[in-house]
Design a binder for this molecule. Sequence first.
Ligand code: GLU
Length: 472
Amino acid sequence: MSHAPNLFFESVNQNFAKAAAYTGLPSGILDQIRAVNTVLRLRFPVRIGDDVEVIEAYRAQHSHHRMPTKGGIRYAMTVDQEEVMALAALMTYKCALVDVPFGGAKGGIKINPKKYSVDQLERITRRYTYELINHGMIGPGKDVPAPDYGTSSREMAWILDTYLSMNRGELDGIACVTGKPVTMNGIRGRDEATGRGVYYGVREMVSIEEDMKKLGLTVGIEDKRIVVQGLGNVGYHTARICQTEGNAKIIGIAEYEGSIFNPDGFDIEALAAHRKEHGTIMTFPGAQPLSNRMAALELDCDILIPAALENQITMENAPNIKAKIIAEAANGPITAEASAYLAEKGVWILPDMYINAGGVTVSYFEWLKNLSHVRFGRMTKRFEQNAYDNIVSAIEKYTNSKVSDRDRAILTKGPDEIDLVRSGLEETMITAYHAIRDQWMADPRIEDLRTAAFVVAIKKVGSDYAQLGIFP
Ligand code: GLU
C-alpha cells in the first residue's frame, strides 16, 4: 500500500477548511474544533526473542467536547503521529454525525502484526495498555479504545484484562474498551458492525429515485455491480452482507496478493474460506485474475468500496475509476485532491466519517450495555413476546380464525440482543444519511457529500461550545 502520512493529515485538514467556511461559526471556535487536543507519543521496550525491541506507539485524543473519547487502535507499519492525529480527528466528526456522544481518539502501534507470535503481540499490547493507564489515557469515562486495522477482539481482551487487573473493583471497568469478545462483556454484532453499517448506508443512498436518476442507475441495491478492496473485517462483512442480504453482485475483489474479477459475482463466504485455506484469492474457482492488485479498482462497476487503508485512490488512478458511487469503508482511502476531482466528474462519494461509522455506533451500544450491566433485551424480550401473543390471541378470538403456528412464532418474537443492535444500527445509518443529504441539497455552495458531512459534524461539535457563551 502506498504510504504518504502527511498527505492524509493534509487531506483531513483541507476537507475541514472547505466545510468550515459554510458553517458560520467564529474562526476561534473552528480552530478549537480542528485542533488535536492531546497526543501521547510512546517508545517502550518489549522483549522479542533474545533481545529487546523499542516499540513506537501513540494515542491521540482529538476533542474533549464530549467524554469519553473513543476510537480504535491500529497495528500497522503506516502508523505515525500524523496518521493517528488525522484518524482521531475523523473519529470526532464520525461520532458527531451518528450522534454517538464521544470525542474522537485513535491509537496506533507501528508494527507489522504478522511478524510477531501471539505471545509477543500480547506482551506488546499489555505494555501499551500499562502506558495508557499510567498516562490517564484509558478508562470508561476517559478514553475507550476499540479494534481497528490489524487488531481484533483478541487484543481488546488483553487490554480489558490488563486494565481490570490494575483497577480492581472499578464498577464500570469493563467499559474501558469495546469490541471485546462476546464472552468477555462484548456485544453481539460488533464484529460485523462496520460492514453492516456500510451496507445500510449504501442501500439507503441507492433507494432514492431522484438521486439514482441523476447517476444513471436503477433504484435499489439488488444486482448492483460492486467492487471491494480489502477482505479484512470491514471489507469481508460489507461484501458478504451486500451479496446475501442486498442481492448485489460482488464482481471484483482487490487484496494484497492481487485482484480478481467475475461478472456474475462472487460467493463471498466461499471466497473467504478459500483464502483462509489456500492463503490467496487468486486461485478461487471462476475468478479471472487481473493484472495487478490495484486493477480491480478500475473495473467497470456501479459501486466501488475501498475497505483497506488510506490513500488508495490518488490522482494517479482516479482518472481510470469507472464507478458512479464510491463508499469509503476504510478511513481516508481517497486523497482530498482525487476526491475533488471525482466529485467534479459526477461520482458520488459516501465519505468515511459517515459510511464506516457503524463500528463506533455498535461500540457505543457495547459501552451502554457495559454501564448498565445487563444484556439488551433481557428485561423486555419475554414481556414483549407475551404482549404480542395476547394480541394475536385476541385477533383470533374476534375474527373467529386461526393464525398458523409459523405465523404466530414470527408475529410474537421478542427481540434478542443481536436484533436490537442491528435495528439500532440501521436507524442510525439511515437517519445520518438523510441529515447529510439534506445539508447538501439545502446549500448550493456545498459541492459534495463529504463537505456536507463535515458541515453537519462541525456544526454539532460547535453547538457544544455554545455553552461558553461565545455565540448563540
Ligand atoms: N476503529 C473503528 C473506527 O475507525 C471503530 C472505533 C470504535 O469502535 O471506537 O471507526
